[in-house]
Write a protein that binds this ligand. Sequence first.
Ligand code: VG1
Ligand code: CO
Length: 542
Amino acid sequence: METESVATSPFDDQRPGTSGLRKKVAVFRQPHYLENFLQSLFHVVKPKPGAMLVVGGDGRYHNLAAAQTILKMAAANGYGRIVIGRGGILSTPAASNLIRKRAASGGIILSASHNPGGPHGDFGVKYNAANGGPAPEDITEAVFRRSREQDRYRIARFDDLDLDSAGEHRLDGMIVEVVDPVDDYAALMESLFDFDLIRDWLKKGARIRFDAMSAVTGPYAREILEHRLGAPAGTVVNGEPLPDFGGHHPDPNLVHAHALVEEMYSADAPALGAASDGDGDRNMIMGAHFYVTPSDSLAVLAANAHRVPGYRDGLKGVARSLPTSRATDRAAAALGISAYETPTGWKFFGNLLDAGKITLCGEESFGTGSDHIREKDGLWAVLFWLNIVAARGESVEAIVRGHWAKHGRDYYTRHDYEEIDTAVARDLVDTLRDRLPTLSGEEVAGRRIESAEDFRYVDPIDGSVAEHQGIKVLLSGGGRIVFRLSGTGTSGATLRVYIERFEADPAKHDSDTQEALAGLIAAADALGGIKERLGVAPSAIT
Ligand code: VG1
Ligand code: CO
């Protein structure tokens, strides 16, 4: 095979964030930009000659062009087999599954997840290791260091391959295997959930709606919900993946999935409504006239896991990211299993899952998953809920209310200030951090600060340390506030403020969330000097 070594100059902005390298499409389309990053990656992971690599993306603009570049560079860097989804498409959970199932050396996922797509939107590249999970920070940091000196890359010269139909392309020294993106994933779901039970429940007339947000889950949801489970055609809406996601944020939350929210609050609302994000790893769950917070969702799944075939034998433990509410800790305590608190980002669950310390894990950002793969999994969460609802014969709302009555309710909200000035955002967090040593015992908006820390995570399995993962403040009356800056945005900074309060008394479980948290919201504002510094209201409240 003819390969070429191309001279380039290094880029200085290729540091992966919370989940891979994300930039505007225009940045990725600069000559040599993607190539340099890939060469830095291959330099660090050093594939053994003949190694297998899984490749796929969420179908956003630039997906296919980038996939062709990966094939050529993988060939020149010693890979022997590439397993790629038809059309260059794989949802993130399907990619994770394929890496594991095929025992590949790793995978490259092309996605900027919930960020908007299209020529003026975002693009992203993420490396997943042999366990199927996002590469840990020692790898991503090594790739970043290498990228600052990467001045050459190796690429094979062959014509773009036809990726539109399944089958094998045999090249000199490398095989490219184009696979159906849905098959293996759908089979995995059938192995975990009681499809017969869900099918019967649907047959009896229960209606559901799944909004794929014109992103990658459309074909997966149609196959699983409509074909295998027999939900009527039209159950999946916005099911055609579009390169620009129809111009929307493919982010399943109350703000961006408003069409689903309206349907779920309409007079004739379905029993369950759900949405997923650009790359299929997030989920939003709603019942008729009822919204399930992702934090509550994780806690409810943990408490009901024994009703689901794949988890019938019980859970080894659970984990949640720092800003996710403590509802899961309470569910775990009731089950007598361990609960771990990790930094934001799925990569921090990997070691716990691999070591068999946890079975379920999740994040407040609409991410839920288990040890079936090493990514969060949107459709998996929907099927888990369907299985529970069908098994219990109760509504989504009744199940969550019952859970609160038993364990108490964690009122929870997240206020995002998106695309704000980076210097102002950094200064806000730095100032808070500087004040940490003296914050305990102070009063803020009528509440006493019980503790305040800059969250530092020591991985219980390999001892690796992650510093500065969020400012966590505990207040009198069971309140908690977490401040952190987003690591997935591509312009300016995004401040996330996570606010929650525990309420044990069932007579007080009916309040509006923003009202129930009003005192703490004021405390967060006073602590961070948010209004004063930013001069704006939150751009998204979930
Ligand atoms: C956000 C979420 C985080 C999630 C990450 C990737 O990161 O807060 O919980 O793991 O997105 O999700 P940040 O740094 O912007 O807060 V997605 O669906 O990319 O894969
Ligand atoms: Co995602």
